[in-house]
Design a protein around this ligand. Structure first.
Ligand code: IMP
Length: 464
């Protein structure tokens, strides 16, 4: 099946000539541990699919999406990547935990560069808000270890804010911030926080629990955000019923999913495909095309098992070639070979229709390239991702090795421009994951993209 899909995928490279594609609901999901360069794909698809709306539905300021348009580079954290496209509405949905200070900084930065953000952005009144106490708690908790290893969070207060959301009593949503009783609500929550965070006193500074100062600061944010705040759930439900095209932009990656990822070394939201519906309020029947985004190798930031990690010169070389340093925290990313076991799991979990393979230019410079095709656990060959971190730590990757092609592919615009060994590498990935590759990225710019398969083409192949 995989072979067939891949063979069919090779036949067409004429994506530039396709005029209009009717795909009402498309999602873009990272299939590794985040940082798969989803921002570039979202930006491309926003134009390519004539998308009306781009939606962020989980995570928060822990994300970092880099988008290059012409000579300009944009780094986005909370604002959806569709903000750079004319005529596209961008929605921050209820599943996001919003840091208003970071959002407004991003807003001002984009406006200074001529992007009319206010006309293109709507934020859910249901989105939960990150407060200074969340960041303080994140710092404190981040010092703790799970089985001898720290989670290594981004320190953006994400976990503590989601914890408050599920705990309910000390949660504050964006809609509460614009209400007349906001001051009383802050005082109430600060009183709870003083009691519950007492044990963390060394890590929590006075100003992080100063109700009056926090109220004044967040009131100012609320005044600026008010024109953007609304009921995005109804807006999106109306939009799908009116056949408007929507692109759902995932943050992080499926392997960091709170329920299905490498728990507890995960983020606190559903970062795989399963999160789209709960985060937006749009039933999954409206999402009919899922792009899974992968890099030609693997990276991970923070703690947790990483079977194909190359903590050696190879990893260092990948890091340099791929400039693998965090967009949000600047941390050097852990680097390793492509893990087909993890990606196949993530693709199935997210209902992926097609793959978008990013950073092919990076492995194109290496003398040899490996793909992990299976794991060995306690002497037995397995094809699944063990759910327990302790077991996943013990697995040994089984590799297939490819001779490197060591060629500059950054100017390739069609499949025929790629050398034969690169074709072999891509074919094997598609086969192992069981999904055709539609998009191949060979550099950060929009133009450095190869379309291997016309959108919609594989659907016919599958049913034929
Ligand atoms: P948190 O989301 O800040 O709580 O961090 C939890 C884990 O997810 C840590 O290992 C982070 O490094 C990782 N993480 C969070 N956001 C991203 C991201 O955007 N890219 C890659 N890793 C992330």
């Amino acid at each position: 099946m995989g072979c067939l899909l891949w063979r069919m995928a090779w036949r067409v490279d004429a994506w530039m000539h396709v005029e209009t594609i009717t795909v009402p609901g498309t999602s873009v999901i990272g299939l590794q541990w985040g940082d798969e360069a989803k921002g570039k794909l979202v930006d491309l698809l926003s134009e390519r699919l004539h998308v009306d709306i781009v939606v962020r539905y989980q995570g928060g300021a822990n994300a970092g999406h880099t988008v290059v348009v012409g000579d300009a580079m944009y780094k986005l954290h909370q604002i959806p990547s569709g903000i750079l496209s004319d005529g596209v509405m961008n929605v921050i949905a209820p599943g996001v935990v919003l840091n208003p200070a970071v959002l407004l900084e991003e807003f001002d930065g984009l406006v200074a560069r001529g992007i009319p953000v206010a006309e293109r952005l709507m934020i859910s009144e249901r989105a939960h808000v990150v407060f200074p106490w969340h960041m303080a708690e994140d710092r404190a908790v981040n010092m703790e270890k799970v089985g001898g290893e720290g989670i290594g969070t981004t320190l953006r207060g994400i976990g503590p804010c989601y914890r408050d959301k599920y705990g309910r009593l000390s949660a504050i949503r964006l809609g509460d911030m614009v209400g007349s009783d906001f001051r009383e609500r802050i005082e109430e929550v600060v009183a709870i926080k003083r009691r519950t965070l007492a044990g963390y006193s060394a890590a929590i500074h006075d100003e992080e629990l100063d109700a009056a100062a926090i109220h004044d600061e967040y009131r100012r944010y609320a005044d600026r955000l008010l024109p953007l705040v609304g009921d995005t759930t109804t807006y999106l439900l109306d939009a799908v019923e009116a056949d408007r095209r929507i692109l759902y932009e995932g943050a992080q990656g499926a392997m960091l999913d709170i329920d299905h990822g490498t728990f507890p070394f995960v983020t606190s939201s559903n970062s795989s495909g399963v999160g789209v519906s709960s985060g937006t309020g749009v039933p999954c029947r409206w999402i009919n095309r899922v792009y899974g985004v992968i890099k030609s190798y693997t990276t991970r930031v923070g703690g947790g098992p990483f079977p194909t990690e190359q903590d050696n010169e190879v990893g260092q070389r990948i890091r340099e070639l791929g400039n693998e340093y965090g967009t949000t925290t600047g941390r050097p990313r852990r680097c390793g070979w492509f893990d087909a076991v993890a990606v196949r799991y993530a693709a199935r979990l997210s209902g992926v229709d097609v793959l978008s393979l990013m950073m092919l230019d990076v492995v194109s410079q290496l003398p040899e390239v490996k793909i992990c095709v299976a794991y060995e656990l306690d002497g037995k060959r397995i094809q699944y991702v063990p759910s327990r971190a302790a077991e996943l730590r013990r697995v040994k990757p089984v590799y297939e090795t490819f001779t490197g092609w060591q060629q500059d592919v950054t100017r390739a615009t069609k499949l025929d421009d790629l050398p034969a060994p690169a074709h072999k590498f891509l074919e094997r990935i598609s086969q192992l994951v069981g999904v055709p590759i539609e998009v191949i990225s060979v550099g950060p710019a929009r133009a450095q993209t190869i379309l291997a398969l016309q959108p919609g083409q594989h659907d016919d192949e599958r049913t034929s």
